[in-house]
Design a protein around this ligand. Structure first.
Ligand code: SAH
Length: 334
């Protein structure tokens, strides 16, 4: 008896395809291939239109925004029947997109990674990347994304996160900032941010990046809620060092902490290229123990550095390691 050949043709596949901001030019090669390979395409009408040239002859299931779980269920049914299904998301499918709900539906249906139905996630440029590219270089330092949508998340959870990142001085991208029915969320976000950030903190309002109706507006934190903001807008709020110059929003990387920018790039006193700043972890630990030894209390130090007292105390209790050997190579900072 001969062994039956391995049939892959009958095994379905679900591809979660992020198509980027919404222009064909900003879609990846793999995203186009995945759509071309598929038998069935499922997605929101606007995104299906963008790939119209690739889907001739395929089964197309157009769904509305609120039918996410239905979409995942349809995908699983089709894949179980041996079809290759492309689920199309704008931006990246894993960023406030279909990837999460799809895995949830799959697990609920008893799916595991060993299942004959395979899953592929095709990454795409998320709105945060596209909008940032359009306004300059706002994300060159620590950043985060917060969705203002309270359709599935309680407001206190959203508000707590806004408060924490405003305090922690992140550059922030607000997704889903406002809709016809959700108009007060952006006002509350502004209120929370103004408790920690300067009124003149730069803000960029980016609507429909890389789409036909693209619109970009620069404003400041105290005025952002008055701007034209909607479902297709991402709001980028700078950190305390972000600036706008000649129509470009830029967040410094920190080179000015180490190098004299106006003096042929010479390092500042006490700093070394390729090594942590003098105020980096080791330098700071030394300064901390010195200050403590000189009489500054844990409470004083906690206030000075805006860090929890128990963290300061725990840190002081541990001896500072002095690095004996020089590291073999310089660390890259790019
Ligand atoms: N998966 C998507 C996000 C979906 S949530 C991604 O990774 O980008 C929908 C929100 O994304 C919108 O409310 C808006 O805040 C943002 N967004 C999506 N496309 C955008 C675009 N082209 N320009 C500006 N914002 C966009």
């Amino acid at each position: 008896m001969t062994e039956a050949p391995l049939t892959t043709a009958s095994h379905g596949k679900i591809m979660l395809v992020g198509i980027g901001p919404g222009s064909v030019d900003h879609m990846t090669q793999r995203a186009r291939e995945a759509i071309a390979e598929s038998d069935t395409v499922i997605g929101y009408v606007t995104y299906i239109k963008l790939v119209a040239d690739l889907i001739e002859g395929k089964e197309v299931i157009r769904k509305s925004m609120t039918e996410e779980l239905d979409r995942a269920v349809s995908a699983l049914e089709a894949a179980r029947a041996g079809k290759k299904v492309a689920l199309i998301s704008s931006g990246d499918a894993g960023v406030y997109g279909m990837a999460g709900p799809t895995y949830e539906v799959l697990f609920q249906a008893g799916w595991t990674p060993d299942d004959p139905v395979k899953v592929e996630i095709v990454p795409g440029a998320s709105a945060i990347n596209s909008c940032a590219a359009r306004v300059g270089a706002p994300l060159t330092h620590d950043f985060c994304a917060i969705s203002l949508s309270d359709l599935l998340t309680p407001w206190p959870v959203i508000a707590r996160r806004l408060d924490a990142v405003a305090y922690a001085d992140f550059v922030v991208a607000l997704y889903n900032p406002k809709s016809g029915r959700r108009t007060r969320q952006i006002v509350e976000a502004q209120r929370l941010f103004l408790r920690h950030r300067r009124a003149d903190t730069p803000v960029a309002i980016v609507k429909s990046a890389y789409r036909r109706r693209e619109r970009i507006e620069f404003t400041t934190l105290d005025r952002m809620a008055e701007c034209d903001i909607g479902m297709l807008t991402t709001v980028l709020i700078g950190n305390s060092n972000t600036f706008v110059r000649d129509g470009l929003m830029v967040t410094p990387r920190g080179y000015a902490n180490k190098y004299q920018m106006d003096n042929d790039g010479a390092t500042r006193d006490g700093e070394k290229p390729g090594r942590s700043l003098s105020t980096g972890l080791n330098g700071w630990l030394e300064a901390l123990s010195e200050a403590h030894a000189a009489g500054d209390s844990v409470a004083t130090l906690a206030e000075r550095y805006r860090l929890p007292a128990d963290y300061i105390a725990a840190t002081l209790a541990e001896p500072v390691e002095v690095l004996a050997a020089e590291p073999s190579g310089e660390e890259s900072e790019s």
